[in-house]
Each structure stands twice: as structure tokens, then as C-alpha cells.
Design a protein around this ligand. Structure first.
Ligand code: ADP
Length: 253
């Protein structure tokens, strides 16, 4: 028998230690993240909550590898890979295989159809157009857009564009899904549909979902809630049957 260690149910998707981030310099320097420590566990949906401007999107972008940190910060590890020590080429490759990042502004390509937009991560990985578009159609079906495959983003509502962006983040089955306000533009039915897809991802012991949200309709899907304020993590709450979400974490602006 090969001597392979058993998978622990809570391997870490991301591990941050003493992460600091500032914007600007001199008198206009603004420290947005202040000595952040955070573990994002595989098998979990982790939700990041906190008042507007407290640094949530900045933190997501750092974990997604699209934004650097201040010199002297500790570590930013995603699946044990140290993002701070990667070359930009390694970073791009790692992100395109391991991370599905859904931006708040969707970032869809206006000249491409839904199917073509969703195919992009697979084409970057070198898959054939035929394979990529077949898989893209499957995922568009899962997000309830089976009848919009040939539409372009401008022909869709905000909620439909959001679901195309979510399909694009899921299409290559990345191990970490990172999403800024996934349900903000969605009605209750489509919000539930998207959260059920995220739950499927997080049911796997080596995958994880990290979400920023103000939407208290979806808090029931959280395994862990990390609360931020003024650039710091002020509370981490693991939700279990015997340890439900406390009232003060249910309300965010
Ligand atoms: P949140 O997601 O919690 O609303 P953000 O992370 O978007 O907060 O922003 C935190 C703070 O950092 C805000 O004061 C914002 O204006 C500032 N900020 C974010 N990105 C930049 C940037 N690229 N340049 C300068 N300031 C920024």
C-alpha cells in the first residue's frame, strides 16, 4: 500500500498571516488591511462580512492573487502555495487553474456570447473550443441560463450577467471559488440556485468557497463567518447545529 496520508476534512484552502495592505503614499497613505490572520478551510463556505469600506474586497483580491501586499507582511498561502513568492507567470498559471474569482463588476467580455464568455477559462487552459463550449453550455444550464447561451452580456439583466460570471468561475472546476456579493443582483430563487451550486463545491473535502456578502438571506449557507471592521478581522464564528449564527452577525449594512 502506498503511504499516502488520509485527507483531513479541514485542509486549508487559504492561510493568511500578518497581512498588511496600504494604498497611496506619503500623507495620503491609507492602511486598509491591518495584520490580518485568516484560515479558509476546505469543505467550507466561508463568508466575510463587515461595514462598507472595511477592506473586504481588498482582502478577497489578495487571496485571489490579483493584488499584492505591503512589504513585511507574513504569508498568503493558497493550497500551500505561497502567493508572495510566485513569479507573475506562476501566479497567472496558478490562478487560471486553482481559483475562480467572480468580480463585483462581473467583467464579462461584451463582444462575446454567454457560451463564449464562460468558455474563456478552459480556452486559457488549452482546451479545444468544442470541448470548452460543450462544458460552458452545461454550466450555463446549471445556473438557469440554458435559454441565453447565444446572447451577449448587454442583452441580459444584471442578475443574468451575474449568473454568467458565476458560470465562468465554476466552468474549470477550480478548487477555490472567491466571490464578491454573489447574490446582490439575484432574486430569491436564483440566489438559492447559486448558493446550492456553491454548496456542491464546498461539499468536496479539497475545495472551498469564500464569499463577501451583505445578504442575510444567504447566511444560513455559511459554515464559517469572519467579521471585519476597520481593516481587521474582529471575529470568526464557526456555524454548527449547536453553535448557530449569533444575532449581532446577522445584520450588516
Ligand atoms: P469593502 O469591500 O469592505 O467595502 P474595500 O476593500 O473595497 O472595502 O476598500 C477598503 C478601503 O480601501 C476603502 O477606503 C477604499 O476606498 C480603499 N481602496 C480600495 N481599493 C483602492 C485602490 N485601488 N486605491 C486606493 N484606495 C483603495
Amino acid at each position: 500500500m502506498p503511504d499516502t496520508p488520509a485527507k483531513t476534512p479541514h485542509a486549508l484552502a487559504a492561510r493568511l498571516r500578518n497581512v498588511n495592505k496600504s494604498f497611496g503614499d506619503g500623507g495620503s497613505r491609507l492602511q486598509v488591511l491591518k495584520s490580518i490572520d485568516l484560515d479558509v478551510r476546505c469543505g467550507d463556505i466561508t463568508m466575510l462580512v463587515g461595514p462598507s469600506g472595511c477592506g473586504k474586497t481588498t482582502l478577497l483580491s489578495i487571496i485571489a492573487g490579483t493584488l499584492g501586499v505591503d512589504p513585511g507582511s507574513g504569508e498568503v498561502k493558497v493550497f500551500d502555495q505561497d502567493l508572495l513568492k510566485m513569479s507573475s507567470r506562476q501566479n497567472t498559471k496558478f490562478r487560471s487553474t486553482s481559483i475562480g474569482f467572480i468580480f463585483q463588476a462581473f467583467n464579462l467580455i461584451p463582444t462575446l456570447t454567454c457560451t463564449e464568455n464562460v468558455s474563456v477559462p478552459l480556452l486559457i487552459q488549452g482546451k479545444s473550443t468544442r470541448h470548452a463550449e460543450k462544458r460552458a453550455r452545461e454550466v450555463l444550464d446549471q445556473v438557469g441560463l440554458g435559454d441565453r447561451m447565444k446572447h451577449r452580456p448587454t442583452q441580459l439583466s444584471g442578475g443574468q450577467q451575474q449568473r454568467v460570471a458565476i458560470a465562468r468561475a465554476l466552468v474549470h472546476e477550480p478548487r477555490l471559488i472567491i466571490c464578491d456579493e454573489p447574490t446582490a443582483a439575484l432574486d430569491a430563487k436564483n440566489g438559492t440556485l447559486v448558493m446550492e451550486l456553491f454548496e456542491k463545491v464546498a461539499r468536496s473535502p479539497d475545495r472551498a468557497v469564500l464569499i463577501v456578502t451583505h445578504d442575510n438571506r444567504i447566511f444560513s449557507h455559511a459554515d464559517r463567518i469572519a467579521a471585519m471592521d476597520d481593516g481587521k478581522i474582529v471575529e470568526v464564528h464557526d456555524v454548527t447545529g449547536t453553535n448557530p449564527l449569533p444575532e449581532h452577525l446577522r445584520h450588516h449594512e
